[in-house]
Design a protein around this ligand. Structure first.
Ligand SMILES: [Zn+2]
Length: 236
């Protein structure tokens, strides 16, 4: 037989194999399709996992100097150069020069610069009109200006001893929208879900007890005052 005589037969065989292959492939697709879940077979909505709604946070406070202790509390305090107690309107946190000072809560910078007594200071306004002040700073973060928005934990400056200060520390204040000084201990490390949760009246209470301040270094500006009252000896 010649090659041309067997050619159609071979062609038919190949066609048969191709058709068989095509049928197999179609069957496989049909089986795969049948295995897919049908819309009516989906679980009921109540059986699906629904994540809980995020916790509402009106304002949350963290320490402006994590890992450093408060060494002078809020309340009436008498400095060695004073004749009577005066409100210490915040807390002092002792830390070395240059330590980064962080924003205690989300807010907008309302002051950044020199302020009498406070020295170099940053003030931030938060939800509910609450204000935090960071005083005696050695430096403010370059470019930080009034109107800048800061997230909690953002560095705003570094620890120093500017203004009326007896050594490197941060003087940290919280005030309400009426400029009432509040005890920061009612806020640090706490989060509040709504404005009504803020413990404004409790935090504004001042104990009548006057605490005598222990000061290791008398500020230069107070030395002559104390010498005039015979409280310290001077060299001249
Ligand atoms: Zn202070």
């Amino acid at each position: 037989m010649s090659e041309t005589a067997i050619a159609p037969e071979g062609g038919l065989q190949r066609l048969g194999v191709m058709l068989f292959g095509a049928v197999l492939a179609l069957s496989a697709i049909t089986l795969a399709h049948a295995a897919l879940p049908r819309p009516e077979a989906r679980p009921e909505p109540e059986a699906t996992f629904t994540p809980p709604p995020p916790a509402r946070v009106f304002v949350a406070f963290q320490s402006p100097l994590p890992n450093h202790m408060i060494n002078s509390p809020f309340g009436l305090r008498q400095m060695p150069w004073e004749t009577h107690g005066r409100l210490h309107a915040g807390v002092d946190i002792a830390a070395p020069f240059g330590e980064p000072v962080l924003a205690a809560a989300d807010g907008v910078v309302s002051r950044a610069g020199l302020w009498p007594g406070y020295g170099r200071m940053v003030e931030i306004t938060h939800a509910g009109g609450l204000v935090t002040r960071y005083a005696h700073l050695g430096a403010v973060v370059p470019g930080l200006r009034r109107g800048h928005r800061l997230k909690a934990g953002t560095p705003l400056g570094e620890v120093g001893s500017t203004g009326v200060s007896s050594g490197p520390h941060l003087h940290f204040e919280i005030r309400d929208r009426d400029d009432r000084p509040l005890n920061p201990l009612y806020f640090l490390g706490r989060r509040f879900a709504q404005a009504d949760d803020l413990p404004l009246d409790a935090a504004a209470q001042v104990s009548p007890r006057v605490r005598m301040a222990q000061v290791s270094n008398i500020p230069e500006s107070k030395r002559s005052l104390m010498a005039a009252r015979g409280l310290i000896e001077t060299g001249d």
